[in-house]
Ligand binder design. Structure first.
Ligand SMILES: C[S@@+](CC[C@H](N)C(=O)[O-])C[C@H]1O[C@@H](n2cnc3c(N)ncnc32)[C@H](O)[C@@H]1O
Length: 250
């Protein structure tokens, strides 16, 4: 019997950003991903869950450095396009181990599929109520004793506007550049991403995309996770990272 496909509204977030994401950020971020999660990913046994996989930085590391199955959850079509393009270049042995889920994690039916879960650079993008649904979905998707690694979002609102210039990257005759501008707006952080492509003489294109972020302290996240069965993992003190484990034997 053929199942009717699930028709849902596609997220068009990252429609602008996806083109510039890896060219401007991959090098620096690849090193960070390896440093933050490399050891646990390499030791994963049943599966790695990459929540908000984006263009696949954590997913690619998991496929290369572990033998576990990988679940890459990515609702935004633009980011998923880059992810699938990257997966298409992999040898069959690696491609057969990865499943891409095109919806938010709480809309997937993943149960006890992984012993390692990673939220890299994504928790800050979720309002508190959505975070709550995510914690519940992660606790279902992990096996008992499984670990969750969360890259911490900004702890508080910026007191003044913060501008971060991304390092220029040359592609042939063109130079790609970008800038992130973060400012407080009520209880949220408005993050404006500006991108451009230029030659030595001219700006060829300019694009902008705005994101909202919600700050949260480590203590607040630990408090939110506790009712879902998560306890802090000792020995993983890193200023950027929250490491917790789901109670129960592995
Ligand atoms: C800033 S991007 C980071 C992507 C990737 N983790 C990286 O660091 O390169 C955040 C990603 O989280 C995804 N996302 C947002 N809400 C999500 C949810 N509820 N479940 C899974 N992914 C989600 C977005 O579509 C987006 O691609």
């Amino acid at each position: 019997m053929t199942r009717t496909p699930n028709i849902r509204q596609e997220s068009d977030s990252y429609a602008v950003t996806a083109e510039f994401y890896d060219i401007l950020q991959a090098d620096e971020d690849e090193a960070r991903v390896r440093r933050l999660y490399g050891r646990e990913i390499a030791e994963a046994r049943s599966g790695v869950l990459d929540i908000g996989a984006g263009t696949g930085r954590v997913t690619m590391l998991a496929l290369a450095d572990s033998w576990a199955d990988v679940h890459a959850v990515e609702p935004a079509r633009a980011m998923r396009t880059s992810l699938l393009t990257r997966l298409a270049t992999l040898p069959a042995e690696q491609r057969d181990r990865v499943t891409v889920h095109p919806h938010p994690l709480d809309e997937t039916a993943l149960h006890a599929v992984a012993d390692v879960a990673v939220c890299h650079n994504m928790i800050g993008c979720l309002p508190p109520a959505v975070r709550g649904r995510l914690w519940s979905a992660i606790s279902r998707a992990l096996t008992p004793g499984g670990s969750l690694f969360v890259q911490l979002p900004p702890a508080r609102l910026p007191v003044r506007t913060v501008v971060r210039l991304l390092t220029d990257k040359r592609v042939g005759a063109h130079v790609y550049g970008g800038r992130m501008t973060m400012s407080a707006a009520g209880y949220r952080i408005r993050t404006r991403a500006d991108y451009w492509v230029r030659t030595a003489d001219d700006v060829l294109r300019e694009h902008t995309e705005t994101f909202w972020m919600w700050p949260a302290t480590r203590a607040r996240l630990v408090g939110e996770l506790a009712p879902h069965g998560f306890v802090p993992l000792p020995g993983r003190d890193d200023s950027e990272l929250l490491a917790v484990a789901l109670r129960g034997r592995r």
